[in-house]
Design a protein around this ligand. Structure first.
Ligand SMILES: Cc1cc2nc3c(=O)[nH]c(=O)nc-3n(C[C@H](O)[C@H](O)[C@H](O)COP(=O)(O)O)c2cc1C
Length: 357
């Protein structure tokens, strides 16, 4: 039987185990969306993961969702990422960049621009800005002719990611951000070829994935999805049909992996597992829910056919998570107060397990 500690071949990479560090925004980039020396240390501390997926990285300034997140749209940002990927590689790890275009989940106070989205429907809730939380603004609906350039922005960022030393990229197609807004039936009210039918609602995701696969290779392109998720007020009608058709198109592209969140009933998720013949990375709990992924949830999903399991909060609080899981050591709890603030505190200060003599 497959265990978390068996190796796995992902594209051209040999993963030493089946754990993936889930993407987690930590809001610690320097001005200009630049990665920092602390970020290099943070990711390098966690290099024993089979694969690290970085925090969400904006592929364009207008795609920036939160202040303090890093980008991959300038040459300076590429240069700032190089020591991060080098530090992970020096410690024997592998790292993909998560490309996250926030779409309507953004604010002019953060980017200097009115956010864009499929339609002029604001997100539900408040977004972070440099001046604190503000109501999500109505986005400017993208013209039909503008949509392809936003799809291509993922591919351009992917090229920069590879240039910066990343082993690949994960498109953020989940959690109510731009790709997820296009998949949605209440954020996307378009009547052109990007809205309405299931085929039209998946078109943006497929174009972004196809452009990225063409730019850096399908073996270096993954995508994260949250079927039926309701983040920032998105709703999706026809979830099984929507995702079956999307996974069909992604199969044709031969992407490296699909990273699923547990946002639908297990029965639906198992059906999607069957509809996707490639590598499945499973994040087995409801995101931001009270229960975090642990060994039991991981083993359950390995049994249901996932090849890889992603752990978020457990990797945040346990840089040596793989060793702790392997040897049954206690898993340290995460400090929620330092998710998005605190500098190096709650970032570089989680220790490896301290063995007493
Ligand atoms: C502080 C924090 C930041 C997160 N940022 C992201 C993100 O940038 N992109 C993303 O896809 N998911 C993000 N997530 C969701 C996690 O990847 C993961 O799905 C969630 O924490 C549930 O898994 P867990 O129980 O293993 O932590 C974030 C979660 C946390 C706790």
């Amino acid at each position: 039987m497959t265990t978390l500690f068996d190796g796995y071949r992902l594209g051209d990479l040999r993963l030493p185990n089946r754990t993936v560090m889930a993407p987690m925004t930590r809001v610690r980039a320097a001005a200009g969306g630049l990665a920092t020396a602390s970020m290099a240390t943070y990711y390098a501390q966690r290099a024993s993961a089979g694969l690290i997926v970085s925090e969400g990285v904006q592929p364009s300034l207008i795609g920036q969702s939160n202040p303090g997140t890093p980008g991959l749209h300038t040459e300076e940002q590429v240069a700032a990422w190089r020591p991060v990927t080098a530090a992970v590689h020096a410690n024997g790890g592998r790292i993909f960049a998560q490309l996250m275009h926030g779409g309507r989940v953004s604010h002019p106070a953060t980017t200097g621009m009115q956010p864009v989205g499929p339609s002029a429907v604001p997100a539900v809730g408040e977004v972070f800005t440099p001046a604190g939380l503000r109501a999500a603004p109505a986005p400017r609906p993208l013209e039909s002719a503008e949509v392809p350039e936003h799809a291509r922005s993922y591919a351009e960022a992917a090229r920069r990611a590879v240039d910066a030393g990343f082993d690949g990229v994960e498109l953020h197609g989940a959690n109510g951000y731009l790709i997820s807004q296009f998949l949605s039936s209440n954020a996307n009210l378009r009547t052109d070829r990007y809205g309405g039918s299931v085929t039209n609602r998946i078109r943006f995701a497929v174009e972004a994935a196809a452009a990225t696969a063409e730019a850096v290779g399908a073996a270096r392109t993954g995508i994260r999805l949250s079927p039926g998720g309701t983040f920032w007020g998105v709703e999706e009608s026809d979830v099984p049909a929507l995702y079956a058709e999307l996974l069909g198109e992604l199969t044709r592209l031969g992407l490296a992996y699909v990273h699923l969140e547990a946002t639908a009933d297990e029965e639906v998720l198992v059906g999607l597992r069957r509809a996707w013949p490639g590598t499945l990375v499973m994040n087995p709990v409801v995101p931001m829910g009270p229960k975090q992924t642990g060994r039991a949830e991981a083993d359950h999903w390995l049994g249901l056919g996932a090849e890889l399991i992603s752990f978020g909060r457990a990797f945040m609080a346990n840089p040596d998570l793989v060793e702790r899981l392997r040897t049954g050591l206690p898993i340290a709890p995460v400090d929620e107060t330092t998710y998005y603030q605190g500098g190096d505190a709650g970032y570089l200060t989680y220790p490896a397990y301290q063995h007493t003599a």
